[in-house]
Design a protein around this ligand. Structure first.
Ligand code: A2P
Length: 317
């Protein structure tokens, strides 16, 4: 599998396994299967609620000699309730305990949205802290502290716009190694990608298959089905591969890291094999023409609670 070198000097495999929505009871098996197939990069987050089971699967894989700690790349994410500098370290330590690891390869600020300390999923407008109340520089100090403490090798962000990255970069000692954002042919974000390239921040594409299994509260009516897009399907048929494989390969060809989620052994294998697929220039051009700036993860869930201080401009602006 191809690796990319981060600005921290550490290498990340360009294809990783997403674990959002991988339910407790099935995520552990998926991790073990993925390791056997060859996956060496795992994308996690505290809020996914499945870190403990993933940690058990890692521990078993190390004990059985399937893989060593140094051979895998593990990302997890700081939840929105821990953006105060003094809360960052305890949040990272909680994830390390869950994952049964003594360091993380990559730790990301999950969203540019603040929640009151102790809040998981917001239930009311009262659970939020306005964006301006905690400057990103404060959270970033906490993130940099983790690198100094040896708990984390590389630090980055997720769901950050160019203007938020500019604000962060203006005061940072460590430029973010990663910005993880939604990425697929319907949402290509070329300007954000170019900005990240210019500052040495790598980009990970999440929801590369259209994230069809996300909860109803995060879905809109009449969404297009990316895996059934006629152009994607036509390219897949021409190559004798699946639509998912085309989408995964497209992301890698653009120089982004990609983290398709699956808990199904056949699909895990199929997705991993997409890392070796070649797309020609004309296929890449056809896929580029599909851009419609359409998010599946719209961010509306941050704004719709009565009394939430967040607007979509706060989230994405
Ligand atoms: P499953 O976990 O049952 O394989 P995303 O990575 O964009 O969030 O998309 C994840 C969704 O895509 C899940 O519903 C997952 O189902 C499904 N999926 C993963 N791999 C494939 C594949 N190769 N073909 C079709 N659907 C897939």
């Amino acid at each position: 599998m191809k690796n990319l070198t981060l600005n921290s000097g550490h290498q990340i495999p360009m294809l990783g396994l997403g674990t959002w929505k991988s339910a407790p009871g099935e995520v552990g098996r998926a991790i073990t299967e993925a390791i056997k197939i060859g996956y060496r990069h795992f994308d996690c987050a505290w809020i996914y609620g499945n870190e403990k089971e993933i940690g058990d699967a890692f521990a078993a894989a190390f004990a059985e000699g399937l893989v060593s700690r140094e051979e895998i790349f593990v990302t997890t994410k700081l939840w929105c309730d821990s953006h105060r500098r003094q809360h960052v370290r305890s949040a990272a330590e909680a994830s390390l305990r869950n994952l049964q690891l003594d360091y993380l390869d990559l730790y990301l600020v999950h969203w540019p949205v603040h929640l009151k300390h102790g809040i998981g999923i917001a239930q009311s407008g009262d659970d939020f802290v306005p964006l301006a109340e905690i400057p990103i520089a404060e959270t970033w100090q906490g993130m940099q502290d983790l690198v100094s403490a040896g708990l984390v090798k590389s630090i980055g962000v997720s769901n950050f716009s160019q203007s938020k990255l500019e604000e962060l970069n203006s005061g940072a000692d460590i430029v973010p190694a990663m910005n993880q954002v939604e990425g697929h042919p319907y949402l290509q974000q070329p300007d954000l990608l170019a900005y990240c390239n210019s500052t040495g921040t790598a980009v990970t594409a999440y929801a590369p298959l259209g994230s069809g299994d996300r909860p109803a509260r995060l879905k809109s009516e009449a969404e297009p089905i990316l895996l059934e897009d006629p152009v994607v399907v036509e390219i897949a048929d021409g190559l004798g591969v699946s639509a998912a494989q085309v989408l995964i390969s497209w992301a890698i060809h653009r120089g982004t890291i990609v983290i398709p989620k699956s808990v199904n052994p056949q699909r895990l294998k199929q997705n991993y094999q997409a890392g070796h697929l070649s797309l020609c220039d004309s296929d890449m051009e056809k896929l580029a023409s599909l851009d419609r700036q359409a998010r599946f993860i719209t961010g509306e869930h941050w704004c719709r609670h009565p009394g939430s201080p967040y607007t979509l401009t706060d989230v994405w602006g």
